[in-house]
Design a protein around this ligand. Sequence first.
Ligand SMILES: O=C(O)c1ccccc1NCC(=O)[C@H](O)[C@H](O)COP(=O)(O)O
Length: 265
Amino acid sequence: MTILQTILDHKSTILSSLLENEPQFEVKRKTRPSLYNDLRKAETLQIISEMKRASPSKGLIAEGANPIEQAKTYEQAGAACISVLTEEKFFKGSFQDLVDIANHVDIPILNKDFIIHEVQIDYAKAAGASVILLIVAALSDEKLKAFYTYASMLGLDVLVEVHNEEELDRALAIHPKIIGVNNRDLKTFTVDLAQSEKLANKLNDYDDIVFISESGIWNAEDATRVAKAGAHGVLVGESLMRSGDVGEALTSLQVPLPFVAKEVK
Ligand SMILES: O=C(O)c1ccccc1NCC(=O)[C@H](O)[C@H](O)COP(=O)(O)O
């Protein structure tokens, strides 16, 4: 069994507790800028910086990190968005992290989790997220479309994540505005930026789609490589969480975009 399937199986065991209880979080800031609009306007590579304590591939990364401090540092350094992992068992995240961060920063916030039911989208919104993640490999075509429509109706941006061409074709069928290419193969944990370059050939045909290259970005060289391929942004976790100077590490990834930014229609 793959790790993705193990995570999804675990998710389904905890769904009942979400379904039985209404989400009750105290979030002060209710509105945030649109990540999609911000990405469309950008002239430098945009950084979605992640609060990541641990992962199945790396184990503990930064167990004691303070989510509020980490998020404030990201925001001050010019991050476009903060990605907050809320998965508890494998990533040591929580909805409390999301609420805490939502109460201390103004930029868009992505709830990074493994969504298999609409109730998780309700929880993401209630806890302060303005963006959710839908992983194509985790969903049927029917559910992908239904969850995308539901999240859009709630005013949330959606990052639709793919890893290969087959998943990209499935994603394109629902006409998403933001597509993330995960450079990490969730079956083998192999990370290869060539995956972004490969799928960029097709993605670059779509003027209205913004493309995020996810995982395995460690330095300006990596950032430049995916920006050259056509990425508008990168999703970065481990390298920022391990950095001794988070602000400088983040700023170094904000390389110029080689294409002219297009106006939002
Ligand atoms: O990171 C993992 O090991 C992982 C394993 C299984 C499913 C998802 C996983 N990661 C989620 C992510 O997409 C990354 O946290 C994100 O792209 C940042 O990646 P990185 O910069 O390489 O930490």
